[in-house]
Design a binder for this molecule. Structure first.
Ligand SMILES: Cc1cc2nc3c(=O)[nH]c(=O)nc-3n(C[C@H](O)[C@H](O)[C@H](O)COP(=O)(O)OP(=O)(O)OC[C@H]3O[C@@H](n4cnc5c(N)ncnc54)[C@H](O)[C@@H]3O)c2cc1C
Length: 358
């Protein structure tokens, strides 16, 4: 007879969220199993993996940015030791202004101390970048070789018997006799890290996500300075040799998750305004960002079901936020510390109540 297995955690989803949670659990010596189905349009696989302390058109400094950056760097120092690779590439972002208004807005922001610690004026001309309206440089930024890291860490977890490739059907995950049960497994806590597929989870499908499709291109372009991330309408992140990722589109209304001609033309149009060097297009890809109504992540326990948690809503900033938030959630679970109100699932509990009255 097959013996049953007992774990502290069952994690559903091995994207940026689930893998960061798994790593924090590993560090805490907690046992877990993570289930993940494969799919080509997963946000985490498509992502450029960029992290940027400054965000949005209004150029504001990110929420708890120093803690986010510290956790991110610590996590990828850990992964260098564990997996033998430097996945995190520090790189300044050189951002070109699109018009005079953007340049003026920047000058106003520059007077704020917390903004100016991350930016400086660009030193001279950057080859290949259209700087007609000037540009500035963001420091403390960079990118993570996300696809390689996900593949390597998933393989590591599979070899350890801690990751299984399958689609979890929530009908089969049941609470019985004080534990969650799935097949031969008994676990204390279950965490949904399902990204945009939260829709198929009957326990969390009431959450107010506003999903955002993104498309990217891979291009070849010679003679660019590979040490910089270039940005003007779109970004250009070096991948290998003369290959760069160009992204991304932000599509709030979309029919499916696949790349399409419209997305490609949108990116080319912006790329032509950014690049002053010739390039060729190699491939196109797409994914769905788990973006929320208020653009903040969602962390915490289900309003009515104990020991069932959500770690989702990473939106456009999964890489920067996930290491810190994974730790933040576990501190709330084990130390009973407060989850920051900005990301606490409690802010959406009224949506659950409404869904129950329908
Ligand atoms: C084009 C594009 C570019 C981006 N660029 C950046 C960037 O430069 N920097 C940045 O920080 N962010 C970027 N993002 C956003 C980033 O990708 C997301 O914030 C992040 O990937 C979300 O991770 P996740 O783990 O929550 O979701 P996902 O990546 O969707 O992962 C969820 C995982 O759960 C699995 N899953 C779901 N349901 C089940 C189930 N029932 N059973 C088993 N497995 C399940 C899925 O297969 C998947 O592997 C970008 C996104 C896109 C689309």
């Amino acid at each position: 007879m097959k013996q049953s297995r007992s774990y502290d955690f069952l994690i559903i989803g091995a994207g940026i969220a689930g893998l960061n949670l798994a790593w924090q659990l590993e560090k805490m010596q907690k046992s877990f199993l993570i289930l993940d189905n494969t799919g080509e349009h997963k946000s985490s696989i498509v992502a450029a993996g960029m992290f940027n302390p400054i965000s949005g058109k209004r150029m504001t400094v990110n929420w708890r940015v120093n803690e986010l950056l510290a956790s991110l760097h610590q996590t990828f120092t850990d992964f260098k030791t564990l997996l033998g690779q430097d996945y995190l590439i520090p790189a300044s972002i050189v951002q070109s202004f699109g018009n005079t208004k953007e340049s003026n807005d920047f000058s106003i922001q520059l007077e704020k101390a917390n903004f100016s610690q991350f930016v400086s004026s660009t030193q001279g001309e950057i080859k290949g970048l259209n700087q007609d309206f000037g540009s500035f440089e963001v420091m403390g930024s960079g990118w993570v070789k996300t696809k390689e890291w996900i593949s390597d860490f998933q393989n590591y977890l599979m070899e350890q018997g801690k990751l299984e490739r399958c689609k979890a059907d929530w009908k089969d995950i049941v609470w019985q006799n004080g534990t969650w049960n799935w097949q031969d497994l008994h676990v204390n806590k279950v965490v949904s890290c399902e990204g945009y597929q939260y829709q198929e989870n009957p326990h969390f499908n009431w959450l107010p996500f506003k999903l955002c499709k993104g498309q990217v291109l891979h291009i070849r372009c010679a003679d660019l300075n590979k040490e910089y991330i270039l940005k003007k309408g779109v970004y250009l992140v070096h991948q290998f040799d003369d290959v760069y990722k160009v992204g991304a589109t932000y599509e709030w209304d979309f029919e499916d998750e696949k790349p399409n001609e419209e997305g490609k033309m949108n990116l080319i149009d912006k790329l032509d305004k950014l690049l002053t060097l010739p390039y060729s297009i190699l491939s196109q890809d797409s994914g769905i960002r788990p973006t929320t109504r208020d653009r903040a992540a969602i962390l915490g326990e289900h309003p009515a079901i104990k020991n069932l948690y959500c770690f989702n809503g990473l939106g456009t900033k999964g890489m920067l936020q996930a290491p810190f938030l994974a730790k933040h959630l576990l501190e709330a679970i084990y130390n009973h510390s407060e989850i920051d109100a900005k990301v606490d699932i409690k802010r959406f509990y009224s949506f659950y109540s409404s869904s129950q009255n329908e």
